[in-house]
Design a protein around this ligand. Sequence first.
Ligand code: SF4
Ligand code: SF4
Length: 120
Amino acid sequence: MLFYIKDKNNRLVLKDLNKRRAIKALCNNCSAWATRQRQTCPVTECQLHPYRNGEMPEGLTPSDRAKAINDYCRDWCCMGRSAEVKICHITTCPLFAWRTWRVDRSTMVDEMDCLRDMNG
Ligand code: SF4
Ligand code: SF4
């Protein structure tokens, strides 16, 4: 699914995201786009920590990953207030579409529209 997110220069870039890539993108942002910093992130209590490198750790499931995103949004970003997560307006956050159990496609970019724009 295509979404606009911010790159390290704060420019909007179109990215093909799923939950795996979205977490990695968020962690890249959190690590100031320093790959080594993301890989060696010491914050083991962060819900996203097991998934920060774009891998599914042994013993965890896609459902655990989805829950990790929800928990991160609620507990780390919105200080425990689930209502705030629902009304989050940071549409360029890589986690935006997956911040609640129901996937929010409102900011998804239509691939066909992109192709039409590129072809003039
Ligand atoms: S695991 Fe958490 S603290 Fe570590 S880079 Fe990702 S978001 Fe940041
Ligand atoms: S989607 Fe919204 S609530 Fe979740 S981490 Fe991003 S800015 Fe925070």
